[in-house]
Design a protein around this ligand. Sequence first.
Ligand code: NDP
Ligand code: HSE
Length: 429
Amino acid sequence: METINIAILGLGTVGQGVAIMLLKYEEFLERQLGCKIVLKRILEKDWQKELDFDKGDIPLSDNWQDVLTDPDIQIVIETMGGIEPAKTFIREALQSGKNVVTANKDLLALHGQELFGIAEEAGTDLYFEASVGGAIPILCALRQNLISDPIREVMGIVNGTTNYILSRMTDQGDDFSSVLADAQKLGFAEANPASDVEGLDAGRKAAILSTLAFQSQVTLDDVYIEGITGITREDILFADQMDLCIKLVALCRETDGKIEVRVHPALLPKAHPLSSVKEAYNAVFVKADRLGEVMLYGRGAGRFPTASAILGDVAEIVRNIRFGSCGSLTRVYQREKAILPIEDVETRFFLRLLLTDRPGVLATVARILGRYQVSLDTVNQIDLIGGNAELIFVTHLVREGDLRKALEEIRGLEITKEVITVLRVEGVA
Ligand code: NDP
Ligand code: HSE
């Protein structure tokens, strides 16, 4: 029986998950793929590291050349993370005729175009399902199953760590930092968890999703990003009273040939399908003209969900090797459509303003909003002790640039104590 040899680069949370699954399901995979998949080498910086599995006599080295120059290795699985040396290793592997599977969204969201170009030139494969949505096969769906109908919108919860934090803050009243520490222990968080909570990780995934959904290269720099560090328990409680919940969403939309791509906390109606996505689960909601709405849901982070996506890619490459084909993405990674500046994006907003409580303040604020075309859907007033009042507004759809100008003027008023919260509202029909 044919044998395909594999190397893993980086034995952390995900790399060890891949090794454990490869060793445990060796026969199961062999039966399905009709060939043997053998873990032949492992590259790990700390080669004396204590492992969660018995690696037997598989050589473990800290020297990339050991993998690169091994002619038997046909598939390299990169689970080290970061830009360098991952980029160099992937480039060299592809150029030397090895196929690569990576979970590295940091790298693809910046250098996807270059790496897919190298893969195409070399006639090798670069697969990356695990880079977005963990175990959810969303990239495969965008690359294959959903290609017959132009996609209009992809909205997703694509960061497990922040969804875990917001779920625990909402459902159990836990505080931000203790929940983040739990997410780190559970292996969901990035090596630098600021990437998660400041929205960068979801931003990288939004860049990848937009590229595939709209067939035009989108990089991290194109994505408007806000994280969840400013979200308070009070915001969550006010949202709850209005039958809304707060989620970190990645929103990718194509309108009139322009791509809108942003990641930020958003208020969603509790009845929206994404509102029921809790803990470290992810979900991606896709809208297209004829196929309508599709939602994919599953574990978005963690050792085995991520490892399973990687092994799905390995299976695809094994088939490609056996049938002499390749899954090129070079064409998709060309910049063909413009990015819509955030100022021109239209959204509804939820605003909390702390104002001096005296007659006429609501009229003053409403007048300024009106002057900038910000039309209001609802207004609530909460009287506070100490002569201040909190006003909570929900707007109709407004151009973001107009709202920003109105808020700038409101901030400068003598009656304004604080603009407490500005959050976008999504998913309202
Ligand atoms: P970890 O930090 O747990 O693992 C990375 C491993 O790679 C560590 O063992 C590290 O060694 C090793 N490593 C780093 N640099 C080198 C190098 N130059 N040579 C050899 N080994 C090296 O990260 P994760 O497993 O969590 O993530 C890996 C990748 O998967 C990242 O790209 C991440 O974004 C992505 N990902 C992670 C998910 C998750 O749920 N954790 C989900 C989806 C994607 P050392 O510890 O000694 O530095
Ligand atoms: N840190 C990421 C998350 C890992 O929390 O979603 C999965 O990409």
